[in-house]
Design a protein around this ligand. Structure first.
Ligand SMILES: [Zn+2]
Length: 77
């Protein structure tokens, strides 16, 4: 369908693609600290939730630290 948009990520000017299947389309999901696979050794990050980008094709979840150098964008197909 023309004019349809999808949610993706832009990182430092680059379009982020799934590390597994190269799909640029994601769903945003907050990942609570107890669900994120973060080692408790690092006290600074252990108690913070992560910003999850779930690949709409293969379902692989990429987690980003909130406030990092990336942004969610709506792309046009
Ligand atoms: Zn994927």
């Amino acid at each position: 369908m023309s004019g349809e948009s999808f949610l993706g990520l832009e990182i430092k000017g680059y379009t982020f693609k799934c590390l597994v299947c190269q799909n640029p389309e994601f769903l945003q999901r907050d990942i609570p600290p107890n669900a994120a696979n973060i080692s408790a050794v690092d006290g600074d990050s252990a108690n913070q939730s992560a910003d999850g980008a779930v690949c709409t094709d293969c379902g692989y979840i990429h987690d980003f630290a909130y406030g990092s150098n990336y942004r969610w964008v709506r792309w046009r197909r």
